[in-house]
Design a protein around this ligand. Structure first.
Ligand code: DGJ
Length: 731
């Protein structure tokens, strides 16, 4: 899949679907030639690059007025030699100089996916991927840079990361290192970003590229609900099912920057990496640094196809093999049922009811440990509160298991309350500058996970519990942003490393749990979807998508999330009404029909359910179990956007196209409104599908669609918040 044309000095990565091409220039720097639909004949000649003399540009060579870094589309741009756009790398020497002059030295084609040191990354079997490693060197400062490009066989994906080695006598500082950058030929694109806030995560926003910078990022210590580390560039005419789009997704959970810079000649430089504002890394002689991984994807067939590339990659090449094979349990979480107010007895009663409904796993949320009776105390004391749970977690887990349920527990390992034994004994474990006061978020402080001993201390407490009790699932929460970023244990010249070291500490902890307790399923959470990213998915194959469990809000949140993440990654629960976040009262049918398109579970008190609701829930759970593989392994398609229309829809199709499930959601009802239909996609046009009592060909369903008014009940008096799930089965 990877070729090097030594005469033309051109690298060509291609898997028959996409091509990616890089040229070694005469100054031995790398030009970006092409990323897009496959060019089977390869790339030769100069027509991918145009060099011309322009006034006011600065030239690399005294005697070549045409050769200016400013006019060249680049692959790994540097600062200080004529390119005035933002660079991928900035290295500071002891002298204060930030100049580099990196030149191509050699390359290597590796017959597999390279795994990143200490960080989450995609993986692949030997035959599935090939990696190009290009070595650049700046001989003046003894700096080596290794650029990695992995191309996957059956996916439109290029995975990139960078490694750096200091071969110098003096120490160097990395002031900036983007994991991937490439220059698009023109700027006729729209940038899609997935932005929001607590309980309104990953709403789709689109802006047309214009000259200058457009970026999203985070300096909050986590990838954040405000902006997801995913951007898509699409042509203005691109739709869900047609047209060109590029995606960039960051396998990282900390501060990030995703940026497009359009220059004077409308070249669009796209880059993604650790946010340079909160990053400065010291490299002593012989030390190495590895950047996190960026996933680049391309589709010539619209946004659904682009998303499916990411879904397939994250399902098959990122989450642990074990969770690819095993079905996810349908869980009931007690948070919205009890909050902090529970006893062993009430939990057992809830669990019994849950079992009767068909639930697989009971999850005990916040409040079971230390002296935790509200959100002001107890964080950090990861041992049972024996007043609430006289038999501890071990005793409770046994009782829950006896009911025929699996058992899960909530943790918030990265945090501490001042009112805790942990803080009393180790007040210096926190993040913060001791010469200043700390800010508080949800009454808590952040533990300094950049420190090995802090990670170890919390891990030991958690491991004790996981060893003593039979725990099948952990909800790993994180409920505040990081402020006063300062580590008491880092030297002054390493304080700029704090944020990245913190995330490495989180990864180290998670990796240890995965290694030592591989059967424990982890669901990550950060006040809902405040850290929903591929980095966390590597360790925790599902993420609590949002604290907002309202079905109407969830359609938008899950729709936006689906641009980068598969349904099997999206924690989705049916909750009670009035909804606890927005007070809305959608029917149980609608709440269920939305939660189906995710991991599926419940977040309510089953003790208060009517017999009728209980019966419905039993049927709903059994329906989900029947089709779980299709929801979690099928191809997902967005059909009508809830950001644009009152009636929205999505669907999932089994890989063999024999079964499909389509969800339709209408927010408000209206009398005498235009008739509505939904066009399906991804079906086999020549197959006949049964839909309820009708039969239609795939062709009809995809070209005309399903006439929705037929399902709106007699005279359309079904009220607001209506939903319908269609199950299609081929003959
Ligand atoms: C925030 C989470 O998102 C909720 O689901 C719940 O676990 C609470 N934390 C508990 O404090």
């Amino acid at each position: 899949m990877i070729n090097y044309d030594a005469q033309e000095k051109i690298f060509h990565l291609s898997n028959g679907e996409i091509s990616y091409s890089i040229k070694v220039l005469k100054n031995k720097k790398l030009a970006h030639l092409y990323f897009g639909k496959a060019l089977p004949e390869g790339i030769r000649g100069n027509h991918f690059m145009h060099l011309e003399k322009t006034s006011l540009t600065v030239n690399y060579y005294k005697d070549d007025a045409k050769f200016s870094m400013q006019n060249i589309r680049q692959e790994f741009p540097e600062y200080g030699r004529g390119d005035f756009r933002e660079p991928s790398i900035l290295i500071e020497r002891e002298s204060g100089s930030q100049l580099t002059d990196l030149k191509y030295c050699r390359h290597q084609i590796i017959e597999k996916k390279v795994i990143l040191d200490q960080m989450p990354c995609t993986f692949a079997s030997e035959k599935e991927a090939q990696t190009l490693k290009i070595t650049l060197e700046d001989k003046v400062i003894g700096l080596k840079v290794f650029l990695f490009y992995t191309i996957f066989k059956n996916k439109n994906i290029i995975a990139r990361h960078v490694e750096i080695e200091n071969g110098n006598k003096e120490k160097l500082f990395i002031n900036r290192l983007m994991s991937a950058s490439f220059d698009l030929f023109d700027d006729n694109y729209e940038m899609m970003q997935f932005s929001g806030s607590w309980s309104r995560e990953r709403h789709v926003e689109v802006r047309k590229l214009s000259k200058g910078h457009q970026s999203v990022g985070s300096i909050k210590g986590c990838s954040s609900a405000e902006h997801n580390p995913l951007i898509i560039l699409k042509r203005p005419e691109t739709t869900e099912d047609n047209g060109e789009a590029y995606g960039m997704s960051f396998v990282y959970s900390g501060n990030f920057l995703a940026q497009v810079e359009v220059d004077a000649r409308s070249v669009a430089r796209v880059m993604m990496g650790v946010h340079p504002m909160t990053f400065k890394w010291k490299l002593d002689r012989k030390e190495k640094f590895t950047s996190p991984e960026v996933i680049m994807s391309y589709s010539a067939k619209g946004l659904n196809h682009l998303s499916q590339q990411l879904h397939n990659l994250y399902r098959e090449n990122l989450i642990a093999k074990r969770w690819q094979r095993q079905k996810r349990p349908i869980l009931l979480n007690n948070w919205e049922a009890t909050y902090f107010d529970f006893t062993e007895e009430s939990i057992i009663t809830i669990a019994k009811e849950a079992k009767a409904l068909g639930i697989d796993l009971f999850v005990l949320d916040d409040g079971w440990f230390g002296k935790r009776n509200n959100d002001q105390e107890g964080l950090g004391d990861w041992y049972p509160n024996f007043e609430k749970l006289p038999n501890g977690i071990k005793g409770l887990s046994e009782k829950i298991n006896m009911l025929g349920l699996k058992f899960g527990v909530w943790f918030e390992p990265e945090m501490v309350n001042v009112a805790s034994e942990l803080f009393k004994e180790n007040p210096d474990y926190i993040v913060g500058d001791p010469s200043r006061a700390n800010s508080y978020g949800r009454n808590q402080l952040v533990l300094d996970f950049s420190r090995e001993e802090v990670v170890e201390k919390i891990y030991t407490m958690m491991a004790k519990l996981l060893t003593e009790a039979k725990i099948d699932y952990i909800k790993w929460d994180m409920n505040r942003f990081i402020t006063e970023p300062f580590s008491r244990k880092l030297s002054s010249d390493r304080q700029g490393e704090f944020f990245h070291r913190y995330i490495l500490g989180v990864y180290r902890f998670l990796g240890k749990v995965n290694k030592n307790f591989p059967e424990v399923l982890i669901e990550s959470c950060a006040s809902g979807g405040n850290r929903f990213d591929p980095g966390m998915l590597f360790y925790a194959p599902q993420t609590w998508t949002s604290d907002n469990t309202d079905a109407v809000s969830r359609v938008k949140i899950q729709y936006g999330t689906s641009y980068g993440y598969p349904l099997s990654a999206m924690g989705s629960h049916v909750s009670a009404i009035p909804n606890h976040q927005v007070g809305r009262k959608p029917p149980l049918r609608t709440r269920t029909d939305v939660a189906y398109f995710g991991t599926f579970g419940y977040e309510l008190d089953p003790r208060g359910l009517s017999l009728e609701d209980k019966k419905q829930i039993q049927e709903d759970i059994s329906m989900f179990k029947t089709y779980q593989n299709i929801f979690h392994k099928g191809d997902f398609y967005r059909l009508i956007s809830p950001f644009e229309k009152n009636t929205s829809g999505w669907m999932v199709v089994s890989k063999d196209q024999k079964t499909a499930i389509c969800g339709v959601y209408r927010v408000l009802n209206e009398a005498s409104s235009p008739l509505e239909k939904i066009k399906l996609v991804g079906l086999n046009p020549t197959q006949t599908y049964h839909v309820n009592d009708d039969r239609y060909s795939g062709m009809v369903l995809m070209n005309f669609g399903l006439l929705l008014n037929d399902y709106y009940g007699e005279n359309n008096v079904v009220g607001d918040y209506y939903s319908k799930v269609f199950i299609l089965k081929s003959e």
